[in-house]
Design a protein around this ligand. Structure first.
Ligand code: PEP
Ligand code: MN
Length: 303
């Protein structure tokens, strides 16, 4: 890679807005929540659960980029209001996707981080408009974008000198069919090599399945990923979008417990942050998941 190829992205910035979202340097973040916001109850129930697991960033789509125009397109502003309510109630940061440049002010009013979906990574008018506002941007890698194109897309946003950028590797399209996309972990290592930008890995959209999330979570963190995104839904079987790759609460809890590397919070500001597994144990002791009226899976005997 020729030196000096990237300009803005290699400049280390002191960005308080990003630090607030990501935590202290070296801290790993979890970005979790449903693919799409479906109801107020769904968002609040998920937010309560995630909060109890120590997750600080809630995701949820209000405007959904769907391959078929006949698929669920998201609930729009109503969904943003519920996300904002979950943020207030549980003290979470909220991230949601903006698809239309005209929606940026509306989105910025409700969410803490603006997500640019994979399909829009090269929507340059959207990127240029994001460069002129202050909210941090989570930029997902396009399914057919090279690492260079990915970093240059981030430069469009950074060139405004205002918004910070967090990159998100979410898999690229290959001939492989056992996974929805092919998780390209070399992208994480290369981004770390060439830039100072934080990068997280979206396990749900990379894999399109849940059964191999734990080893890939470990691999992503071993490669230097600053965090992980996972779709979490109270009842994946009934999800309007991406249920096959969404973890229910018991599965999410099991993933954290199984994945040894989730003890990464370590010490922060002089106090010991409980390891994920001990959070899980504490949560279990407090009663764990109970069966709800609408039949949410319990901790024991979940899917
Ligand atoms: C999403 O995170 O909701 C999403 C649609 O993912 P991607 O843009 O990576 O396909
Ligand atoms: Mn999804």
């Amino acid at each position: 890679m020729p030196e000096g190829k990237f300009t803005h992205s290699i400049v280390k910035r002191n960005n308080p807005a990003l630090e607030m979202i990501l935590g202290a340097e070296g801290e790993k973040s979890l970005w979790c929540g449903p693919c799409a916001v479906e109801s107020r109850e769904q968002v609040l129930e998920t937010a309560a659960f995630l909060k109890s697991m120590g997750v600080r960033i809630l995701r949820g789509g209000a405007f959904k980029p769907r391959t078929s125009p006949r698929s669920f397109q998201g609930l729009g502003e109503k969904a943003l209001v519920w996300l904002a309510q979950a943020r207030e109630k549980y003290g979470l940061h909220v991230v949601s996707e903006v698809m239309d440049p005209a929606d940026i002010p509306l989105m910025a009013h409700y969410v803490d981080v603006l997500q640019i979906g994979a399909r829009n990574m090269q929507n340059y008018s959207l990127l240029k408009k994001l460069a002129r506002q202050d909210k941090p941007v989570l930029l997902k890698r396009g399914p057919a974008a090279t690492v260079e194109e990915f970093i240059l897309a981030a430069e469009y946003i950074l060139s405004g000198g205002r918004a910070g950028v967090i990159l998100c590797e979410r898999g690229i399209r290959t001939f492989e069919r056992y996974t929805r996309n092919t998780l390209d972990l070399s992208c994480v290592a290369l981004v770390k090599q060439f830039t100072y930008l934080p990068i997280i890995v979206d396990l749900s959209h990379s894999l399109g399945r849940k059964d191999i999330m734990a080893p890939l979570a470990r691999a992503a963190l071993a490669c230097g990923a600053d965090g992980l995104m996972m779709e979490v839904h109270p009842e994946p079987a009934k999800a309007l979008c991406d249920g096959q790759q969404s973890l229910d609460f018991a599965q999410f809890q099991a993933l954290l417990a199984e994945t040894g590397c989730f003890g990464f919070h370590g010490r922060k500001r002089g106090r010991v942050i409980p390891l994920w597994s001990s959070r899980v144990n504490a949560w279990n002791e407090a009663g764990g998941l109970r069966k709800t009226e609408n039949g949410t899976a319990g901790t024991k005997g979940g899917e």
